[in-house]
Design a protein around this ligand. Structure first.
Ligand SMILES: Nc1ncnc2c1ncn2[C@@H]1O[C@H](COP(=O)(O)OP(=O)(O)OP(=O)(O)O)[C@@H](O)[C@H]1O
Ligand SMILES: [Mg+2]
Length: 353
């Protein structure tokens, strides 16, 4: 035995993950904030479509990775977007704090924390992106072979026969084009809702969520509507679905999208990304018009509403007071800010038909 192994005792500082998550939840309000964090991440990833779905079904639990996962086969919030995780994204989502977007001022995400607001809803968030399915279990309570030091799993479902061995585990992800056989060219999160029994035992949150709570979050997000899309760079459309028990596919209930999308609209919405590459000696100003259409669908009927907004956005000059403040913050404190402002005014009367 090497002499040092006699007196070297493991004694590093660690962070209690469940306590850290409880702190995050205190700083992020419940309600539509959680949905908006998901939309913001999809926008940063360059997605153009976000679909949120209340899956009311309870899935079978006969062939799971382990029996203790059966209790998470119930109603869930599904969140789909059409951008795929890069390897850096996988690393970054597995850390709390220290976002990989830190040095990229044009990304809205800053702190590497927002995703964790999903722990308001669930103790066991998971997602499929590309060829992987990832499951997080911060309490180390449900997944096989997890510990405080290693509280999650990633599985390459294309390289293994995951679906054939653990059909019931993976079939809930078969939605929005994901078949759990070939790599998925998008990202699908599944957040099984924390029920009252689980809330009593949870070290993350004592709050239970029912499908009705998610339904009312959808209504609230729909009512906030256009505001959730107005200042985004890529996402053009947010849709909300309901997947009822016994149905073979989800039903669309609400949608809100940028209408008559042209190269021009895309170019204006990407102004922040373009102008952030190097600050100019003079201020850059941009103005454009953006049309939205919102739909509330019930049965065969759809109520449509259109709105027109005028958006003015500007990047201050490098030499301006606010420009030099941003440069100093970046050089001296490694905080990457942009002297950017964007405002919008609704210039249409609200016309429904
Ligand atoms: N298509 C995608 N959809 C959703 N999330 C994605 C997608 N692609 C990558 N991600 C990752 O999700 C993670 C989101 O993390 P989180 O919201 O916690 O941090 P952030 O957006 O960097 O910062 P902030 O706390 O300011 O939101 C990021 O690491 C991002 O890389
Ligand atoms: Mg984020």
């Amino acid at each position: 035995m090497a002499p040092e192994s006699i007196f070297l005792e493991d004694f590093g500082q660690t962070v209690d993950l469940t306590r850290r998550i409880r702190e995050v939840l205190l700083n992020y309000p419940e309600g539509t904030t959680v949905l908006k964090e998901l939309v913001q991440n999809a926008d940063d990833a360059g997605a153009t479509t976000v679909s949120l779905c209340l899956d009311r079904r309870t899935h079978r639990g006969d062939s799971l990775l382990t029996n203790s996962l059966a209790q998470w086969q119930g109603p869930a919030l599904l969140a789909y977007n059409n951008a795929v995780f890069t390897e850096d994204d996988f690393v970054s989502i597995s850390k709390i704090g220290g976002s990989a977007k830190h040095g990229q001022a044009s990304k809205t995400g800053r702190f590497g924390v927002g995703f964790n607001s999903v722990y308001h809803l669930t103790d066991l968030p998971s997602f499929v992106s590309g060829k992987y399915v990832v499951l997080f279990d911060p309490q180390g309570a449900y997944l096989p072979r997890v510990s405080a030091a290693n509280p999650g799993k990633r599985i390459d479902f294309t390289g293994s026969s995951a679906l054939s061995f653990y059909r019931d585990q993976f079939s809930p992800y078969c939605a929005f084009g994901c078949d759990m056989q070939s790599p998925f060219s998008g990202t699908l999160f599944r957040f099984p809702l924390r029920n009252a029994d689980q809330a009593v035992r949870s070290k993350l949150s004592r709050q239970a969520y029912s499908p009705e709570d998610i339904s009312s979050m959808f209504v609230q997000l729909f009512e906030e509507g256009v505001l959730a899309l107005l200042f985004l760079k890529s996402v053009l459309c947010i849709e909300m679905y309901l997947w009822d028990v016994g149905e073979s596919e989800p039903k669309k209930i609400h949608s809100c999208s940028v209408s008559s999308v042209s190269d021009d609209t895309v170019w204006h919405r990407q102004a922040l990304v373009r102008l952030s590459k190097h600050l100019n000696t003079t201020a850059e100003m941009d103005a454009f018009q953006l049309d939205f259409v919102s739909e509330r669908i019930s049965g065969d009927e759809a109520k449509r509403q259109t709105e027109r907004f005028y958006v003015v956005q500007t990047m201050a000059a490098a030499s301006s007071r606010i420009g030099s403040f941003a440069t100093t913050a970046s050089k001296d404190y490694d905080i990457h800010l942009l002297p950017w402002a964007s405002i919008a005014a609704c210039i249409s009367e609200n016309l429904s038909n």
